[in-house]
Design a protein around this ligand. Structure first.
Ligand code: HSE
Length: 436
């Protein structure tokens, strides 16, 4: 089907994702035109360096002047894949003010300035789509914003960083240390030379904020999200967990909490290494794959699985958005706008309730178990199981708790560390996915 109408597309940035977007837009132009109701013509791409070879893309398209895209009155749609906060932030605002629909993959920007950007898209009556910002190719934002919008989301729990999932998979499957698994991830191109954003969970925090905002109709920024990285996860943690029937995953968890004695809800949003039973659906998500597990009041449990990064998978999500905004433009309509009507309070991490696995190095002398158990009891933390492994004069105590609040648990751990019989608190890892 040929369509006479054309929409002109400008793109800000042309790295791994952008070059795949440009390539696929050209390779699939007839199908994309038929599906959009208009030809989609890439007319300008801004880049930092004109000399970088970008095979398969007409060199005439490139410019170093991003303003010439967002201010060009003949451009209808803008794709932002340059990343980072500035200048992407100001460029997107200007593009929308100038009447262009915008498709972006910029999670860091949305997690900081989402509210401002959504407001600006409302004001300008233009679409702002961003499926690629969370979990790459996996359609998860539109299902939350559209398919599940008639339901009540109770909890979203996801593996939304491929690099850390690759590292933790290697530690689990080969017994590798964190350092060696990270080196392997870097050699294979999963982890960056500076891996901080992934291994310290900044990347997952931004995605968690976006997911939580959509799931709970509330403004959530990266600063509202509790964050722990995976750098302290040891090979011993992984093997003890495995012996007890768990795997360790870096999970992003956004959940609604009942406020005691009222009908109100608050939410908590957190990203940290988490133990889940080997039988949990998220436990089977290996290597660099992502998955998002959603629990809803009526729909029950759903899981969305796929590739969370990489040029072609991410380009798939961007092109899906591009077709959607093109269709809207042709029809003179707009996609759904973000709602933050629920405006739920974001509770501090201290009120989070979960289970914990605590590994302690203790002296192997009479009364140690009693003093450790008394410390848990004093803080109202109930113990589910205790395991002790003797090691000469010392022993390792592994305590799995019942559900307790984060604040009770952290005072327990502080007091345990002060006991003469406790030589070291080896690790404290939260546990999810056990039935109560
Ligand atoms: N670095 C991310 C990951 C992909 O490892 O999943 C981009 O968000």
């Amino acid at each position: 089907m040929k369509t006479a109408r054309k929409l002109r597309v400008g793109m800000l940035g042309c790295g791994v994702v952008g070059s795949e977007v440009a390539r696929l837009l050209i390779a699939n132009q007839d199908d994309l035109a038929a599906r959009s109701g208009a030809g989609l013509e890439m007319v300008k791409i801004s880049v930092r360096n004109l000399q970088t070879p970008r095979p398969g893309i007409d060199p005439e398209l490139f410019t170093t002047d991003s303003d010439s895209i967002v201010d060009d009155p003949t451009i209808d749609l803008v794709i932002e894949v340059m990343g980072g906060i500035e200048p992407a932030h100001q460029l997107i605002l200007r593009a929308m003010k100038n009447g262009k629909a915008v498709v972006t993959a910029n999670k860091a920007l949305l997690a900081k300035f989402g509210a401002e950007l959504f407001h600006a898209s409302d004001e300008a009556d233009v679409d702002l789509y961003y499926e690629a910002a969370v979990a790459g190719a996996i359609p998860i934002l539109r299902p939350l914003a559209e398919s599940l919008v008639g339901d009540h989301v109770e909890r979203v729990m996801g593996i939304i960083n491929g690099t850390t999932n690759y590292i933790l998979t290697k530690m689990y499957e080969t017994g590798a240390t964190f350092e060696n698994a990270l080196k392997e991830a870097q050699a294979l191109g999963y982890a960056e030379a500076d891996p901080t954003a992934d291994i310290e969970s900044f990347d997952a925090v931004a995605k968690a904020a976006i997911l939580a905002g959509l799931a709970f109709h509330t403004q959530v920024t990266d600063e509202d999200v509790y964050r722990e990285g995976i750098t302290k996860v040891s090979a011993d943690d992984v093997s003890v967990a495995s012996e007890m029937g768990f795997v360790i995953k870096l999970l992003a968890i956004a959940e609604a909490n009942e406020v005691h004695g009222s009908d109100e809800e608050t939410i908590t949003v957190r990203v940290h290494p988490t133990l889940i039973p080997k039988t949990h659906p998220l436990a089977s998500v290996r290597e660099a794959f992502n998955a998002v597990f959603v629990q809803c009041e009526s729909a029950g449990e759903l899981m969305f699985y796929g590739r969370g990064a990489g040029g072609t998978p991410t380009a798939s999500a961007i092109l899906g958005d591009l077709v959607a905004v093109a269709r809207n433009r042709i029809e003179g309509s707009l996609g759904p706008t973000e709602t933050d009507y629920a405006d739920l309070d974001i509770a501090p991490m201290g009120v989070t309730k979960t289970r914990y696995l605590i590994r302690l190095e203790v002296l192997d002398v009479p009364g140690v178990l009693a003093s450790v158990a008394a410390t848990f009891a004093k803080n109202d933390v109930s113990i589910l199981t205790v395991r002790q492994d003797g090691r000469g004069a010392d022993a390792e105590l592994i305590v799995l708790t019942h559900i307790a609040t984060e604040s009770s648990l952290s005072s327990t751990v502080k007091q345990l560390a002060d006991l003469d019989s406790v030589k070291d608190v080896l690790s404290v890892i939260r546990v999810e996915g056990l039935s109560s």
